[in-house]
Design a protein around this ligand. Structure first.
Ligand code: IPE
Ligand code: IPE
Ligand code: MG
Length: 255
């Protein structure tokens, strides 16, 4: 056991379907090294590439990355511009074609610069038939924005007679969110040491397992990801039931 890597310790029959990550700590990583914050974001892009390779090789079907929040628009203009440039220059089909990964975006894309929108839409279209894994970038995203938008859409459908107020239920609300094409996250990882969700997937993470690490995003590697997955695999997801009820149905043991 001692000589096994974290990856070798994983139970490949219990890999989560959907992992969501709050990639935090780029700025502090850079500042600790006397570098400009934007250097941390540049390093962070490389970690996205490496993490995607690991995720695909483990058979995780959905990876949702918090890339830029609604609130991040309020950062200094130079940092926002640097982040938009990074996006524009790093969305390349090659990375998706190599692993048969489909790209999706959730968030208020219309607020993004036109050239970034164009690049993203092109890549979304070019990769739409890949099904090995879906990489979802949350861009100009916040849960409260998303839920408000969904409620507006439902209200419009009621106004034009397509729906009745009594048709509203949890399933309709889930289907009206930008994440309707995928299951809820099984595991949510936040790097960078903060113990909060920062307006990320609030509705979808009602029963998601949470994992927090102090590691800054630029230092996050395969070992760190596998450690998070191991922590996930050691837990029993009860969804309100008792441990004994769950054991009866799925054979997992109560921890
Ligand atoms: C996360 O890193 C990346 C984005 C929010 C775009 P930060 O830039 O928030 O890094 P810290 O939290 O300041 O270290
Ligand atoms: C959350 O990180 C957003 C992203 C990782 C894109 P922040 O650094 O913006 O979160 P807060 O403001 O510290 O909560
Ligand atoms: Mg931060």
């Amino acid at each position: 056991m001692e000589n096994k890597t974290y990856r070798e310790q994983l139970d490949l029959n219990r890999i989560p379907q959907h992992v969501a990550i709050i990639m935090d700590g780029n700025g502090r990583w850079a500042q600790q090294r006397g570098l400009d914050r934007t250097k941390g974001h540049i390093e962070g892009v490389e970690v996205v590439r490496r993490s995607l390779d690991t995720v695909v090789s483990l058979g995780i079907k959905y990876l949702t990355l918090y890339t830029f929040s609604t609130e991040n628009w309020n950062r200094p203009q130079y940092e926002v511009s640097a982040l938009m440039d990074l996006l524009l220059n790093n969305i390349e089909e090659e990375m998706f074609f190599e692993n048969h990964v489909r790209l999706k975006v959730i968030g208020d894309m219309e607020r993004l610069p036109k050239d970034v929108q164009k690049r993203l839409n092109q890549c979304i279209d070019d990769t739409k038939d890949f099904d090995r894994c879906t990489l979802v970038l949350a861009l100009s995203y916040s849960s409260r924005w998303e839920i408000t938008d969904a409620v507006k859409n439902i209200a419009k459908r009621i106004e034009n007679g397509e729906l009745k107020a009594s048709d509203i239920n949890e399933s309709l609300l889930s289907q009206s969110l930008s994440t309707s094409f995928m299951p809820d996250p099984d595991l949510l990882v936040r790097t960078g040491g903060e113990l909060r969700l920062s307006n990320y997937l609030l509705w979808q993470s009602a029963y998601t397992e949470l994992y927090f690490t102090d590691t800054y995003w630029p230092d996050f590697d395969e070992d760190e990801l596998c450690k998070a997955l191991l922590s996930y695999q050691r837990r029993q997801r009860r969804f309100g039931l008792t441990g004994a009820q769950v054991e009866k149905t799925d054979g997992t043991t109560q921890k």
